[in-house]
Design a protein around this ligand. Structure first.
Ligand code: ACO
Length: 214
């Protein structure tokens, strides 16, 4: 069952993401975001919570009512991205700051609003996470499809996902999204010429995918 996430679900969402996404998203692994069991990242928690008020996020729930997947989405409006960028620079956690820096660079270089000049609003999938006991069963695809249908109901013309994982990239490609930008992690270097991220195989790149909505 897929249900909409409401403002009162914040703690339930975070409990799930602390157990899965915070531990197993490829870039979180690469930077060692949580190096101590039971620790958390308050900056990532805030990043997650910030999307909920947009009212376009969904969770998958099993027959016992337990959360088994989360898809946090937000609406991006043309002209507002500069404000988002300056917010990213204020991040005080250096490990999470690296990830925000990459997402910001991908946002600039993919330049989706520039590629689609007629689009004024985009529905963005920001966080997708499935309980590891339920992976490979189409739950991520179902959450993304539900998000797409919601975007269509709202009259939003385009949907966007920055996939840091090879598996989320596979899911959206299957759903008819097309890739408009790729950043190879091996090419993403710091000022000293060192690789910033070396995530586990098979995650080699961050890809921006889009899909037009009806
Ligand atoms: N090995 C090989 N293929 C896999 C694996 C795996 N471990 N996991 C998923 N896949 C494949 C699926 O078979 C499917 O391909 P198919 O259409 O050819 O069958 C595709 O990848 C995705 O299918 P779903 O079953 O819909 O995906 P799932 O419910 O397993 O969730 C997700 C995918 C969310 C990426 C999950 O692996 C996860 O939670 N990973 C950790 C967190 C993460 O990396 N999130 C994405 C970051 S990007 C972002 O958040 C926007």
């Amino acid at each position: 069952r897929i249900v909409k996430i409401s403002n009162k679900d914040g703690e339930r969402v975070l409990q799930f993401l602390r157990k899965f996404f915070f531990m197993d998203e490829p870039l979180n692994i690469a930077v060692g975001l949580l190096d101590e069991p039971g620790s958390t990242c308050s900056e990532l928690e805030q990043y997650c919570i910030d999307s909920i008020p947009d009212g376009v996020s969904f969770m998958a729930v099993n027959s016992r009512g337990e959360v088994i997947g989360i898809c946090l989405n937000g609406v991006d409006v043309r002209g507002k991205s500069e404000d988002e960028d300056s917010k990213n620079f204020e991040c005080t956690n250096p490990r999470f700051g690296k990830i925000l820096g990459l997402l910001q660079d991908v946002g600039k270089q993919s330049d989706v609003f520039g590629q689609f000049p007629d689009v004024d609003r985009m529905l963005e999938v920001r966080i997708i996470s499935v309980d590891d006991a339920y992976r490979g069963q189409g739950i991520a695809k179902a959450l993304i499809e539900k998000t797409r249908l919601e975007g269509e109901k709202m009259g939003i013309p385009l949907m966007r996902v920055d996939c840091t994982s090879a598996f989320s990239a596979k899911a959206v490609a299957r759903l008819g999204f097309h890739c408009v930008y790729t950043l190879q992690y091996a090419d993403y270097l710091d000022k000293q010429g060192q690789r910033v991220f070396d995530p586990p195989s098979p995650h080699t790149c961050c890809k921006t995918f889009v899909r037009h909505l009806n």
